[in-house]
Design a protein around this ligand. Sequence first.
Ligand SMILES: Nc1ncnc2c1ncn2[C@@H]1O[C@H](COP(=O)(O)OP(=O)(O)OP(=O)(O)O)[C@@H](O)[C@H]1O
Length: 365
Amino acid sequence: MSSTPLSPRLEVQNLRRVFDGQAVVEDVSFSIPAGQVTCLLGPSGCGKSTTLRLIAGVDRPDAGRICVDGMPICDETSYVPPERRAIGLMFQDFALFPHLSVAENVAFGLKGGGANTRARVGELLEKVHLSRHAQSYPHALSGGEQQRVALARALAPRPRILLMDEPFSGLDERLRDGIRDETLGLLKDEGTAVLLVTHEPHEAMRMADEILLMRAGRIVQRGAPYNLYNAPVDRAAAAFFSDINVLKGRVRGALTPTPFGDFLTPGHPDGTEIDIVIRPQHLKIDFDRAGRGPNPTAQDGTPARGIVERARFLGRESLVEFRMEVDGSVLRASVPNVFLPKPGTPMWLMIRRDRCFVFPATGRA
Ligand SMILES: Nc1ncnc2c1ncn2[C@@H]1O[C@H](COP(=O)(O)OP(=O)(O)OP(=O)(O)O)[C@@H](O)[C@H]1O
């Protein structure tokens, strides 16, 4: 990877959009260099599509600035209409023209019908493995094939930026990962700057170079998928990416006591309620030996005993639910492969302390 910083192809600064007196996009800023896929990730209604529409130019912001290759396309003094923004769009319903063949759909945004157009259409159809369907009509294609035509059509005019709004959500779940990977390959090949909107963390993790995590109109965290997963900014950010367990405690002298021993919680005044968050795969399980469990370790702290309530096999892993003896709370542990202890079995749990996140409590149980 090059060490020189890439100049942004798309730059969005302090974007704001208000509907009915309510800001649905607030102070949104980010930039995307060529060849990078950025995912705007967040729950339904958090303002993702509105942000996309502002960048596409089909809606206008109440404040902020949008630049493409350093040139403003939308700010207080300039407004470039959508068709002159060199921005490609791809939506979840693909919106193919039913009366045009696959090749005609792909050629739609290209000027003229000469040899260059034919070459570009041919090149893209080859890349999306649809050359043999060039003369077919959309209704004769599968959902996955239609998605690939839509992608080829969006990329045909070599847009500087491609905006994708939930582009895989209309597809059969079993096909999605394969199509995501193929799409990613093509996007990287074309070197476009991509902003992909999704509410699915799995999709963002699989596709993104950078994730922008959005909540209630604002970007609450940004970074590589690894960083968002491993260093969430708060409890809700942790919970967005997987099931979580929460140990509740109260700070006493920079420590928070829990059933798993004391946690260092510096920087929080005495009496602060703390949530210690841990993902199910970072709980360790050990057997009960006549009422005794494993010895405490520096890494895992003190073990605590729980009773199996339920165990389910989920395919790649098993999820075991424990009722903790000390306080009756429920903790979930995920274990690779098949591990289905009987309900009522006592077992000992330990938690990987290096994988815990400590946050001030948010008030939820
Ligand atoms: N034209 C509009 N007029 C009034 N309110 C709007 C308008 N467009 C969007 N909203 C509101 O703005 C908020 C954000 O909507 P938006 O579609 O951007 O969310 P989203 O994160 O894309 O959600 P989803 O994933 O469900 O599409 C919602 O509360 C929505 O009702």
